[in-house]
Design a protein around this ligand. Structure first.
Ligand SMILES: Cc1cc2nc3c(=O)[nH]c(=O)nc-3n(C[C@H](O)[C@H](O)[C@H](O)COP(=O)(O)OP(=O)(O)OC[C@H]3O[C@@H](n4cnc5c(N)ncnc54)[C@H](O)[C@@H]3O)c2cc1C
Length: 484
C-alpha cells in the first residue's frame, strides 16, 4: 500500500482499462465531475468501442467486411439496427459486388422490409460503436471532464490507501481513485503443432498466410465448430468460388449451430420456470421441456435464444436454483442447447455440406503434424479411439479451454485474489456490481460467470448482455432488475 510519488505517476480520478464495447459501456456510465480526469488505457484506446471483434479491416483485402455479427442487428442493439437502416444506401454501395454475396443473402429480409434482421458485417457495428464513443467523450468534455486515451497495456495493479496504482507494459504508472477493467476474454486453447508451416493458431491477423493456401486450392481444416470457424468459411468464400471450396470443421459434437433466422413480427419465447430447484439437473430438465415446448409451438431458435436471454436478464438463475454451486453447473449446458449463429454462413454451410464440399467431423483434435505438403491431424473420438486426417492447412478456432491464458492484468488480479476462477465452469467470479476485491475496482469480461450472488445463466459472450451488465454495475441496486 505505498503512496505513489507524484513525479513518476500520472494521477487521475478514473481509469478504464480496455478499448472494447464493455470499456465503452463503463465510460458511458461513469459519474465524473467537471475538472475530473479520465484515462482510457487500451491496445488501441483511441479506437474505444471496437475491441477485438469489431476492428477496422484493411482496405483492399478480399475479406474486409466478410466477418458478420452472429445475430440479427436488432438482437445486438435496436439503436444499431436503426443506424444501419438509416445508412442503407451506403451499406449497399460498400457491399455490392463482394464475395460472398452478402447483398443476395440479405435480399429476402430487405424485400420483407426487415433490414433490422440482417447479419451485419462486424466492422459496421464497430463504426456504430465508434460514433457512440465519440458522442460520449464529447459529452464528457463539454461537462468539463478531461479525457485522455493511452495506447498501452496494463500489466498489474496495487491497491493504495486512496485508490489504485496501475503499471503498464511500457513502464507507465497511473494512479486512479477508481478503475474499471474490461480486458476481454482468455486466449484460444493452444494445440500441439497449431503454429507451423501448415497451421495457424487463430484466424484473426493470420489471414494473409491462410489466404495463400486457400487460393492454392488446399483443403482448410478448422478446429472447432463455433463462430470463428464460420469466419474461416467466410474467409475462404471471399477468395475462391464456392465450387472450388474444400473445407472441414472438426468439433466434439460434430454439429453445426442453428442459424438465427429473424421473422416479422418479432417474437420472443417466454419460458416459465418454477422456483425451488435443489439440483442443476432438476432445473435443466425444466429448461429442456421449455425449449421443446417452444419448438413444438413453432418458435425458431432466434426466438428461443433471444427469449431466454431476455428472461434471464430479468430473472437471475439463483431465483430458481438457490444453491450457487448447483447454479454454476447450468451455463455450459444452456450455452450448448441455445447455440445459434450467423444465418448467412450457416445456410451456406448446410448447402456446401449437401454438395460434399464441406465436411463436419466429430472429435477432439489432439495434435497437428507437418508433412512436406500439408498437415496430419490427430483426432480423439468419444470412446478413446484415434483417427488421423491428412489435410492442406489447419486453423485453430478451438476457443478458450483448459490452459488458456488471460491478459497480464487479469492474471495479476487473479494472483492477488481480487477476482477468482470458478472451479466448476472455469469462468471468472467478481463481487456485487462487478467489484473486484475493493470498492475502487470493477471488472467485467465475457469470461465472467458470477457477479456477486448472481450466476450468469447464459455466458456473457454476447454484446447486448455485456453492455447491460456494465451499465447495471453503475446503477443503485434497487433499480437493477429492470425488464430488458
Ligand atoms: C471474433 C469475435 C467475434 C464476436 N462476435 C460477436 C457477435 O457477433 N455478437 C456478439 O454479441 N458477440 C460477439 N462476440 C463476443 C464478444 O466477446 C463481445 O461481443 C465483445 O466484443 C466483448 O467486448 P469486450 O469489450 O468485453 O472485450 P474485447 O472486445 O475483447 O475488448 C477488450 C480490449 O481490451 C484490450 N486489453 C486486453 N487486456 C488489456 C490490458 N491488460 N490493458 C489494456 N488493454 C487491454 C484488448 O486488446 C481488447 O482490445 C465476438 C467475439 C469475438 C472474439
Amino acid at each position: 500500500m505505498n503512496e505513489p510519488s507524484s513525479e513518476e505517476v500520472r494521477v487521475v480520478e478514473h481509469l478504464v482499462v480496455g478499448d472494447g464495447i464493455t470499456a465503452l459501456a463503463f465510460v458511458e456510465n461513469c459519474a465524473l465531475k467537471p475538472g475530473d480526469a479520465l484515462v482510457v488505457l487500451g491496445g488501441q484506446a483511441s479506437e474505444l468501442g471496437r475491441g477485438v471483434a469489431y476492428g477496422k479491416g484493411d482496405p483492399g483485402t478480399a475479406w474486409r467486411y466478410a466477418y458478420l455479427l452472429n445475430s440479427p442487428a436488432d438482437d445486438i442493439d435496436p439503436a444499431f439496427a436503426r443506424w444501419l437502416s438509416d445508412r442503407w444506401s451506403t451499406v449497399e454501395e460498400t457491399m455490392t459486388g463482394r464475395a460472398p454475396n452478402w447483398m443476395n443473402a440479405a435480399k429476402p429480409l430487405v424485400a420483407a422490409g426487415d433490414i433490422f434482421g440482417v447479419n451485419a458485417p462486424r466492422e459496421f457495428y464497430g463504426d456504430f460503436m465508434r460514433e457512440q464513443a465519440e458522442a460520449t467523450v464529447d459529452g464528457l468534455r463539454r461537462r468539463g471532464v478531461q479525457v485522455a486515451f493511452v495506447d498501452d497495456r496494463a500489466t498489474g495493479l496495487d491497491v493504495t490507501a486512496d485508490g489504485v496504482r496501475v503499471s503498464t507494459q511500457i513502464g507507465q504508472k497511473i494512479h486512479a481513485r477508481s478503475v474499471d477493467v474490461a480486458p476481454g476474454g482468455p486466449s484460444t486453447l493452444r494445440i500441439d503443432g497449431d503454429d507451423g508451416r501448415f497451421s495457424a493458431p487463430t484466424v484473426f491477423g493470420q489471414e494473409e498466410r491462410i489466404a495463400e493456401q486457400i487460393k492454392a486450392g488446399a483443403e482448410i481444416f478448422c478446429i472447432g465448430g463455433n463462430a470463428a470457424m464460420l469466419d474461416v468459411l467466410r474467409l475462404c468464400q471471399s477468395l475462391i468460388p464456392d465450387a472450388q471450396l474444400r473445407f472441414v470443421a472438426c468439433a466434439p459434437d460434430g454439429e453445426i449451430p442453428e442459424p438465427l433466422i429473424p421473422r416479422l413480427p418479432r417474437k420472443l419465447t417466454a419460458p416459465r420456470f418454477s422456483a425451488g430447484h435443489e439440483t442443476a439437473e432438476s432445473f435443466l430438465a425444466e429448461v429442456w421441456r421449455e425449449i421443446e415446448l417452444a419448438k413444438r409451438a413453432g418458435d425458431e431458435m432466434r426466438e428461443i435464444r433471444a427469449g431466454f436471454r431476455a428472461h434471464f436478464l430479468a430473472h437471475p438463475l439463483t431465483q430458481y436454483v438457490a444453491d450457487e454451486q448447483q447454479a454454476r453447473r447450468i451455463p455450459a449446458k444452456l450455452r450448448f442447447w441455445l447455440r445459434g449463429g450467423t444465418r448467412d454462413t450457416i445456410l451456406d454451410m448446410r448447402r456446401l455440406v449437401a454438395a460434399d464440399q464441406v465436411r463436419v467431423m466429430p472429435g477432439l483434435v489432439t495434435a497437428i503434424e507437418h508433412l512436406s505438403d500439408g498437415a496430419r491431424v490427430r483426432i480423439a473420438d468419444a470412446v478413446g479411439g484415434e483417427t488421423v486426417h491428412e489435410t492442406g492447412f489447419v486453423v485453430n478456432c478451438a476457443g478458450a479451454g483448459p490452459g488458456s491464458r488471460y491478459d497480464p492484468l487479469t492474471e495479476n488480479m487473479l494472483s492477488q485474489g481480487l477476482i477468482q476462477i470458478c472451479d466448476i465452469s472455469r469462468g471468472l467470479k467478481v463481487g456485487d456490481n462487478c467489484r473486484a476485491g475493493t470498492p475502487a475496482i470493477r471488472y467485467l469480461s465475457p469470461a465472467t460467470i458470477v457477479i456477486g450472488s448472481e450466476v450468469m445463466a447464459m455466458p456473457l459472450y454476447d454484446a447486448h448482455v455485456l453492455r447491460t451488465y456494465a451499465s447495471r454495475a453503475s446503477l443503485p441496486s434497487v433499480t437493477k432488475r429492470v425488464q430488458p
